[in-house]
Design a protein around this ligand. Structure first.
Ligand code: BDP
Length: 707
């Protein structure tokens, strides 16, 4: 098992006879070849063959009593007459009814029927044979993934090999793997893929690439997945040869309309554009003193006649902070840039907001922008690719973290205002909204470069459809689908996964100080020194006596005041700020007492030891599964876990050493800086190796490594 089938393995179930109601044929209603309903028929056939070893034939009409019928509501009514649940179906929703020897899978539209088929198969593959009947509707219409692929085939923040979409400047000729990816996504009800980096290259708009977009869209369409692209704001000038890219210049408008029309003439169901503007050196409307809304609406106008949408990113900030600019806080940027624009965006614009105010850190409060935009469509941006969270070399199951954000109640106007209800129409009654996740799959057979990391992609789709789903239920389903039915495997991988985010937080950056990783580019490994006085504005503001970013209104950057009053008050006061966000909002002495009674610095020491110790247990836990998982995946995961266990120690010692040096406060448990059991490599007699001084110094004990 090389991981390529992910959770769609359709492995035989242990007690196939337990399912008495297995129908004898599949009826895929009115399905033209390459339609999602046609795909659903094929998928049901393939799945049932794998799970039960039975080959079912597929017809496109049928009145037989013993069949799995799959189709749209419209087709179903035409063939069989009315059904009660028809009125309960929202866009993309499906009805699944499993009776003795009769199964009905009815979608509000084509892709919904396919979602229902995958749902049925997921139940069978988990040996769940109960007879049920229910409607399932999506929480929000936008359930997209973003891929940060470059045209040359590299992937920004991708950890699983080169692109499955691009090579040498062009869309690939062979789109087989792209289609396989669309299949995976359809099975978790993702309905859009933006295929290229937000730091976009305008050459994507050349003739040959637009033809390539057509090929990709054709590969995605049988799965009900629509194609979108990221745009470079300066394309009219850099690629189109115009003297300007001013969004209010009519020639620029015409240029975008032409490009958009050209795309639609090849991809009639094109989803839309994703735009990163005026951020990290990218061009944007501010260059011409136009607003971000002017910029977004320019694309909206071009897309409107075709029904497309613009995902306009809220990740806009000026990263050139200087130490003297003490009050400048990158966490404030999104609200500062967007709040006065509320109500100024066209209806087919969606502002895509990273979950926290900074940048995919191991712990952030929700972005305050969710509460500031009431007359604007919004979507949350999550990251499946573990940019700051260990690059898929560390097991970090992210559903619990996403749940905390989605369930966070921002109390807008002192009323219930959970983030999940803001991104759907529930709270502000907006027509569009939903989620996007940066995934960055590559050509590695495991898709993400690690078998266990795939639980995050799975969980993303489940939560985008239903944010009320529980993180632990999701992981258990995923384990059964990925590794089968062994009880010990189920319990062990669940336990590892559920402990993984807290462990990573403990050894990489706790109390809301953010991930203390290298901030300058790699975003990998410990480097707390790089967190201060850098142009990227992710600062811990640590000195010899105190640490943390004062974001209060009273003395700090004012960020706490960007939240609605009840939440602002909670974050403004140290006493009511949860410990896990203490250093996010407050600058305190290392000797500050936490609610646990420990000092901040002692908590640092202890938590880093605890987190790293937990990572050690993942190895033994995994080893206890030997023989219960196929050899290839067993070995590959073991390799990762051993690596993580080692790297967690590097993290632990680096961070503890660094803050010990800075604060001069000893560890009460006398561990930090004290490793009597260690044999330092540089003290051994070196044969063919040389000692050299390491930078940053705290990533090797005694500042020295050998090469
Ligand atoms: C940062 C990444 C950078 C992305 C940027 C973004 O380091 O590679 O381009 O986010 O989201 O976290 O635009």
């Amino acid at each position: 098992e090389d991981g390529s089938h992910a959770w769609l393995r359709y492995a035989p179930v242990p007690n196939p006879n337990g399912y008495r109601s297995l129908p004898s044929t599949i009826v895929a209603l009115n399905s033209s070849k390459s339609s999602p309903v046609y795909t659903a028929g094929q998928e049901l056939q393939k799945g049932i063959k794998g799970i039960f070893g039975k080959s079912l034939s597929i017809n496109d009409t049928g009145k037989g009593p013993s069949s799995v019928v799959v189709g749209t509501a419209e087709a179903y009514k035409k063939n069989y007459g009315e059904f009660d649940e028809a009125d309960a179906l929202d866009e993309d929703g499906f009805f699944l009814s499993i009776e003795e020897r009769r199964v009905r899978i009815i979608g509000q539209n084509q892709r919904a029927a396919l979602y229902g088929a995958f749902e049925y198969l997921s139940r069978l593959a988990q040996a769940n044979f109960s007879l049920v009947s229910y409607v399932s509707n999506p929480h929000a219409p936008i359930r997209w993934v973003n891929e940060w692929d470059n045209l040359d085939g590299s992937i920004e923040r991708g950890y699983a090999g080169p692109s499955i979409f691009f090579r040498d400047g062009y869309v690939m000729e062979n789109v087989t793997r792209a289609a396989e990816y669309a299949r995976l996504l359809a099975s978790i009800r993702v309905n859009g893929i933006v295929i290229n980096n937000v730091n976009a290259n305008a050459a994507l708009l050349n003739e040959r690439n637009i033809a390539g977009l057509g090929r990709l869209a054709d590969a995605f369409r049988p799965y009900g997945v629509q194609l979108g692209i990221s745009l470079n704001f300066a394309s009219p000038q850099d690629f189109g040869g115009l003297p300007t890219f001013d969004p209010l210049d009519p020639t620029v408008d015409v240029w975008w309309a032409n490009v958009t029309n050209k795309i639609y003439s090849r991809v009639s169901d094109f989803a839309g554009f994703l735009v990163k503007a005026n951020s990290e050196g990218q061009p944007g409307p501010l260059t011409y003193n136009r607003t971000l809304a002017d910029g977004a609406n320019m694309f909206a106008r071009a897309l409107k006649p075709h029904g497309g949408i613009v995902m306009f990113r809220a990740f806009v900030y000026d990263h050139h902070l200087t130490p003297s600019n003490w009050k400048n806080d990158r966490a404030n940027a999104a609200v500062e840039f967007f709040k006065d624009l509320d109500g100024k965006f066209d209806d087919n614009v969606v502002v895509q907001i990273k979950y926290g105010p900074i940048d995919f850190q191991v712990r952030e409060p929700p972005s305050p922008l969710f509460s500031a935009l009431r007359k604007t469509n919004t979507a949350i941006e999550l990251q499946v690719t573990q940019e700051y969270l260990g690059h898929q070399d560390h097991l970090v199951y992210l559903a619990p973290m996403w749940k905390e954000i989605l369930e966070f109640d921002l109390r807008v106007d002192n009323r219930p205002s959970k983030v999940k209800d803001i991104i759907s129409s529930a709270r502000f009654n907006r027509p569009l909204g939903g989620s996007a996740a940066v995934v960055n799959v590559g050509t590695n057979t495991t898709w993400l470069g690690s078998h266990l990391a795939m639980s995050n992609l799975y969980a993303y789709g489940i939560l985008a459809w239903n944010p009320a789903a529980q993180a632990e239920d999701i992981i258990r389903d995923w384990i059964r689908l990925t590794f089968g039915f062994n009880r010990q495997v189920l319990d062990t991988v669940t336990e590892m996964s559920m402990k993984s985010w807290p462990a990573y937080e403990n050894y990489s950056g706790n109390l809301g100080v953010q991930t203390l990783t290298d901030i300058l580019y790699t975003h990998y490994g410990p480097n707390p020194a790089s967190q201060d006085n850098n142009g990227w504005g992710q600062w811990t503001r640590a000195d010899s006596v105190s640490i943390g970013m004062d974001r209060t209104v009273k003395n700090g950057t004012g960020n706490a005041g960007q939240y609605p009053p009840e939440i602002a008050m909670m974050f403004e006061n140290i006493e009511t700020t949860p410990d896990n966000l203490l250093l996010w909002f407050h600058h305190v002495p290392y000797t500050q007492r936490l609610k646990s009674g420990k000092t901040v610095i002692q908590h640092f020491y202890d938590a880093h030891y605890e987190g790293a110790a937990t990572a050690q247990t993942f190895v033994t836990m995994w080893e206890s599964l030997k023989g219960k998982i196929d050899e290839q995946r067993y070995d590959e995961v073991l390799f990762e876990q051993v690596y993580q266990a080692g790297h967690a120690l590097v993290w632990r010692d680096s961070i503890n050493q660094f803050y010990y040096n800075m604060s001069g406060i000893p560890d009460q448990a006398k561990r930090v800086g004290n490793h009597p059991y260690r044999i330092e490599a540089e003290r051994m007699s070196l044969n063919g190796y040389e000692a050299y001084a390491v930078n940053p110094f705290h990533t090797a004990s005694g500042y020295t490594a050998i090469v």
